[in-house]
Design a protein around this ligand. Structure first.
Ligand code: ADP
Ligand code: MG
Length: 675
């Protein structure tokens, strides 16, 4: 019987509601999704390794006849099965076993096992290998590589393999719509689920890339589709009105950089239109994106319309609030802050002001806005995304009015090829210039055995009235990690530097505690702040001129660059000390050298992409979000120009195929493609 690839997985034999739920965790809802859930890697179970040839740590398939089966009552009870293939003997060891299993290992029976060989007390053994037994010689092994899938709790490899095999055996060719399957790379998918035993890594990668090309094309089409949908929507046009922006400009106390001026003009031009703006402002840490956002909010306010500014953390929301209220309140624009740690009464008052439209600018965290706030007439949303990529795509606020304009601020220095693919639905303004007078940050790598020197350095800095960040990657010590933790480091520094005002900030503190600690640091009441990476995003204390980062090799390059950007924000020379513990390893050393030698966020991102892959850069690794099923942006970035060309071609010449690609890869986005 023919079956649709879009049918729910529950049509497969053995898939009930529980399993269906589990499969959803793997992003598998349709039968076709099961085919798109490709193996992470493969095992070679296509040939049997003679026992004589098995070596330490080899992962392999072996076979033999059982010559002994005993329970060993040593330190830990275990079942020992000895097998012999005529060339040598090997032990299979099971710590967990049933009576039934034990009986299955009768002397003389044939066993085939797959596992890793390790040294046992007498000879090589495999601990808990997968196995099958038989009274007669076993049939030849399958002539294909065995897939290993990423999976979820309670769903084993064997079950997943069998399901995939079941799906692959279905007849999709004729489900009433002969065109429906043409966009599914069925042959290639079948190949990847079961590559021939002699397939090389390069063979496999070639097929993966061919499929990735389809996926990226579909992604491009989705972006184009969204863009054309957006062009049909209406937003409140916000043309030039009063001259409040000029007033701010004259009161700022600094001159905008050319890049800031350009970005502001681009934003204000977009806002004047009735078509919703969707613009990304990309600018390195400290490039001054906030003030551009302020001009946009002022423009909305001139029309009596509201702006929502969303920050990724409470500290940052608080800081935006301080900046924006200082800039906008004198212009007669009411700004409110909404955070989860506010007193309920205070927050309700803020929410009421947002709901009745008296507050024209509301600042808060992403989470909070999505949960509780309704706007009176929201005309503009600003998302400060820092390096959490892709937040804007899921952002929808409750608003009584029209579709708001959207501005996204990001410090993520995404290489250009990636921007083209990932932000294909957005316009981009680049702030590629730092404010004048910024002192460069000198970065040095220092071995932890010279910790004492660094303590003296911190002391000297504090003696000049300047301030210090001291960053640890952990809050408390963890046995398994040889990394410094913030709490003991605080004690150490308090003892080593008596009489200095030393504070602590970390992610487990309440929002209020964090905010007041940050305030105290900004006000100079704290001279040295021991911190975790909570300070990495956007925190601004211009008098801090030294940042010490412990165990820098535990952090991504983009993250290190962000952290380093906490200093060098004023007009004094600043320093960053990367305090590492040896051994660093070759890759670790190379990575830290990249940071030491460059302050160019884009260059660092490109190096990071080369050295570590895109998860780090796009923040997807930290957040566990996955952008693509099959495409790997680091590997497949080279395809992107061709993807864009192909996507355009499809839209122009073969919209039906474009439609089918979308149906395969992005069923939720399937509608009318912009043709
Ligand atoms: P980011 O782009 O990292 O968000 P901010 O907007 O926080 O940067 O700006 C960093 C600091 O630089 C702030 O203290 C801000 O007031 C200041 N600043 C912004 N633009 C300029 C400028 N043109 N000249 C001098 N200082 C500026
Ligand atoms: Mg910022």
């Amino acid at each position: 019987m023919a079956i649709s690839l879009n049918a729910r997985v529950s049509i497969l034999k053995g898939v009930g509601p529980t399993l269906e739920e589990k499969l959803k965790n793997l992003n598998v809802a349709r039968v076709g999704d099961l085919l798109l859930h490709l193996p992470m890697r493969y095992q070679d179970r296509s040939h049997i390794v003679p026992l004589r040839n098995v070596t330490f740590e080899q992962e392999c398939l072996v076979e033999g006849q059982i010559t002994a089966c005993d329970i060993n009552f040593g330190k830990r009870r275990s079942l020992l099965v000895t097998i012999d293939d005529g060339s040598a003997v090997l032990t299979l060891r099971y710590f967990y076993f049933s009576k039934q299993q034990q009986d299955g290992f009768a002397i003389g029976r044939y066993v085939r096992a797959y596992g890793v060989a390790r040294f046992g007390p007498k000879r090589l053994e495999m601990v808990h290998p997968e196995y099958s037994t038989s009274a007669t010689p076993l049939p030849a092994p399958v002539a294909a590589l065995t897939p290993v899938y990423s999976t979820t709790d309670g769903l084993g490899q064997t079950r997943l393999r069998k399901l995939t095999q079941q799906a692959l055996a279905l007849d999709f060719a004729d489900d009433g719509n002969p065109e429906a399957t043409t966009s599914w790379p069925l042959e290639q998918l079948a190949y990847l689920h079961q590559p021939p035993a002699d397939a090389s890594a390069a063979d496999i990668e070639r097929v993966q890339q061919a499929i990735a090309f389809d996926e990226l094309t579909a992604y491009y089409l989705v972006m184009q589709h969204r863009q054309s949908q957006r062009q049909q929507q209406q937003s409140l046009p916000l043309p030039q009105a009063q001259q409040l922006g000029r007033e701010l400009l004259s009161q700022l106390g600094f001159k905008l950089t050319n890049a800031q001026r350009r970005a502001t003009t681009e934003v204000l031009n977009d806002l004047a239109r009735s078509q919703p703006m969707l613009r990304l402002i990309q600018g390195d840490v400290g490039s001054g994106k906030t003030v551009v956002a302020a001009f946009a909010a002022i423009r909305a306010a001139e029309h009596g319309a509201q702006t929502a500014l969303m920050a990724p953390t409470e500290i940052l929301a608080e800081q935006h609030y301080l900046n924006l209220s200082a800039w906008l309140t004198p212009l007669g624009i009411d700004v409110v802050l909404l955070t989860g740690s506010q007193k309920a009464k205070e927050r309700r008052a803020g929410e009421a002001a947002v709901a009745d439209g008296t507050a024209l600018v509301a600042i808060g965290t992403h989470a909070l806005f999505q949960r509780t706030v309704t706007f009176h007439n929201l005309a503009l949303t600003i998302v400060d995304e820092q390096h959490r990529f892709g937040v804007h795509q899921r952002m929808s606020l409750r608003n009584k009015g029209q579709v708001p304009h959207q501005l996204v601020l990001t410090a993520t220095p995404i290489p250009r090829t990636l921007t083209m693919a990932l932000y294909a639905d957005m316009d981009v303004s680049l702030i590629d210039e730092l404010p004048a007078g910024r002192q460069p940050i000198t970065t040095i790598l220092v071995n932890n055995n010279r910790r004492h020197d660094i303590l003296e350095r911190a002391q000297a800095i504090m003696n000049t009235g300047q301030q210090v960040y001291w960053v640890c990657t952990l809050i408390e010590p963890a046995d398994e990690l040889p990394a410094s933790a913030a709490e003991p480091t605080l004690e150490e520094l308090q003892q080593a530097l008596p009489g200095y005002r030393i504070g602590l900030i970390h992610g487990r503190m309440s929002g209020n505690e964090k905010a007041s600690t940050m305030q105290a640091f900004k006000a100079g009441e704290i001279q040295l702040l021991v911190a975790t990476t909570v300070i990495e995003v956007g925190v601004d204390a211009p008098n801090a001129t030294l940042i010490v980062i412990e165990d820098p090799n535990r952090l991504g390059l983009a993250q290190l660059h962000q952290l380093r950007g906490r200093v060098g924000r004023g007009d004094q020379a600043s320093h960053c000390v990367l305090l590492y513990k040896s051994p660093l390893g070759k890759l670790g050393q190379t990575r830290l050298q990249v940071i030491r030698d460059s302050q160019d966020g884009f260059f660092i991102a490109e190096q990071d992409l080369k050295l570590r892959g895109p998860g780090e850069i796009l923040g997807t690794r930290q957040t566990g979000e996955q952008q693509f099923r099959i495409a790997d942006i680091a590997r497949d970035a080279v395809l992107i120009p061709k993807v864009i060309e192909h996507g355009k071609q499809l839209l122009a010449n073969d919209p039906a195929q474009a439609q089918r690609l979308l149906a395969t890869w992005a069923p939720a986005d399937t509608g009318t493609v912009g043709v």
